[in-house]
Design a protein around this ligand. Structure first.
Ligand code: PGA
Length: 251
């Protein structure tokens, strides 16, 4: 049985005041979802606040990205060991916004996946196709390529130490959610592809859905056999919505 994971990706949002309010709501709400693993990924600068405020609560926190390097002359970067130093247990790698705005290649994302594991963090590997790729019927090809880059560098066993998030780019922040069937098709494809290499990894690994997930559509999505939770952007910024999604995953 895979425990559902609901992860909030705050992206570049928040202020000290709004973070305080959001965490207060999450601390309270998480009591209602004992079956779900709950995670928040704030902007780096708020991580110490999050660590302080979530102390003792059953909520984990993590980064939205990490440097390939451990330390040194890399202006603006934050490393895996630094995240660990502030109590992070997870880190997102290969989010489509990093892949597009920061031109991160599949190989760089794979190297970040390895760097995360090396630091003792659990990487959440984002994969997913653009609208154009979906229309060209290359969704499976794109997702397989993104996954294979990690398998080639790290091996299937190491991939199995992470989490996968399937995030169709056309559904991110657009309000356009993949239908539960569309999402399940790709989740099933991913699990099947991994099963060809290692059935134990395929069975164990959690595959989250991300892209305009909200309380009103979460239950149907997470109810699908291969959808093990969500990576939530916009709806993770309001405690009520985020906890609503956690509650859908708790059933
Ligand atoms: P969204 O973002 O929920 O706002 O669509 C999801 C994500 O980018 O992780």
């Amino acid at each position: 049985m895979r425990q559902p994971l609901v992860a909030g990706n705050w992206k570049m949002n928040g202020s000290r005041a709004s973070v305080f309010e959001l965490l207060t709501g999450i601390r309270e709400g998480v009591k209602t979802v004992p079956g779900v693993e709950v995670l928040v990924c704030p902007p780096y600068i708020y991580i110490p606040e999050v660590q302080g405020q979530l102390h003792g609560a059953p909520v984990s926190w993590g980064g939205q990205d990490l440097s390939l390097q451990e330390s040194g002359a890399y202006t603006g970067e934050v490393s895996g060991p630094m995240l660990v130093d502030f109590g992070c247990s997870y880190v997102i790698v290969g989010h489509s916004e990093r892949r597009s705005y920061h031109v991160e290649s599949d190989e760089q994302v794979a190297a970040k996946f390895a760097a995360a594991l090396q630091s003792g963090l659990t990487p959440i590997l984002c994969v997913g196709e653009t609208l154009e790729q979906r229309e060209q019927n290359t969704t499976e090809e794109v997702v397989a390529r993104q996954l294979n880059a990690v398998i080639e560098l790290c091996g299937i066993a190491m991939l199995g130490m992470g989490v996968i998030a399937y995030e169709p780019v056309w559904a991110i922040g657009t309000g356009k959610t993949a239908t539960p069937e569309q999402a399940q098709d790709v989740h099933g494809f991913i699990r099947g592809m991994l099963a060809q290499q290692d059935s134990a990894v395929a069975e164990k690994i959690r595959i989250l859905y991300g892209g305009s997930m909200k309380p009103s559509n979460a239950a149907e999505l997470i109810g699908k056999p291969d959808i093990d939770g969500g990576l939530i952007g916009g709806a993770s910024l309001k405690a009520e919505d985020f906890i609503g999604i956690c509650q859908a995953a708790n059933n």
